[in-house]
Write a protein that binds this ligand. Sequence first.
Ligand code: FMN
Length: 325
Amino acid sequence: MKTRITELFGIKHPVIQGGMHFVGLAEMAAAVSNAGGLGIITGLTQPTPEALAKEIAKCNGMTDKPFGVNLTFLPGFANPPYPEYIDAIIAGGVKIVETAGRSPEAYMPKMKEAGIKVIHKCTSVRHSLKAERIGCDAVSVDGFECGGHPGEDDIPNMILLPRAAEELKVPFVASGGMGTASQLVAALALGADGINMGTRFIATKEAPVHENVKKALIAASELDTRLIMRPLRNTERVLANAAVDKIVEIEKTKGAATTIDDIKELVGGVYPRVMQGGDMDAGAWSCGMVAGLIHDIPTCKELIEGMVAEAEQIIRKRLEGFLAA
Ligand SMILES: Cc1cc2nc3c(=O)[nH]c(=O)nc-3n(C[C@H](O)[C@H](O)[C@H](O)COP(=O)(O)O)c2cc1C
């Protein structure tokens, strides 16, 4: 398939692996890029810019295809040394950055001067338009279904994607809930130039996470995610577990008075314990509703090539067939 996204990033298939804390390591990004998609290393999983430089070097040794780095601009209280992380990205020769969270505006000149293409992840049309205005090359439009932070507007992709298509001039990918060939075709029909997947890529052979995580995704249905941190206006979609039940209970009891301190133990420092240790009840970790559509653990190549081949069949046979009829 050839779309504005495959052209922009120099990739074979219009499939991106979104940044994922403690999942987006060199092994993950290289596997996706080698399969013809765009793999992305999660910048802030690396504790320092020096560690990120090493992870980029490792990925460079594992693939000769383009890959990107995710930079998540966290809400106010945390302030990692972003300029130094960007220096590591530039020095490592990485030409694609996926930004997320707060606006990347302050860092755009530095990235643009280095010839980096920026794709910003947005959960609304207004944020997508702002991304376009400040010079982002593309947008990842993240619907309410998504694993991670869906924002506070609660607009699912069936509405959000065609709304984005009405307004955006830069290409965008559909993010949130994506995991199958039919969804890829639907996303293209709704105006996107490709898809971004998070949760689906965790259930792949190469994903560098504990087997328990992959098994949990296969066991989960579309009913098994929960929204937490709504009272903090930092909503996150996570997989239900014992810790998440506690968070939901605390938030129900305290309502608008909930503070981060009330749930800190259950949301802080969780990722290494889940992703590396396989402790599935350690706390809250991001997971999308697409878990209900995950039934196997393929290689990234099998997943991406299988999706694209089936998408072509759907277009040529099923959709063409309606016209003939
Ligand atoms: C375990 C996990 C960790 C994530 N961590 C990040 C992150 O650190 N930064 C970020 O921008 N997005 C993060 N995301 C969001 C993904 O990049 C992607 O936007 C999202 O998963 C898309 O929805 P899907 O899971 O339905 O495919 C994470 C998602 C998951 C499932």
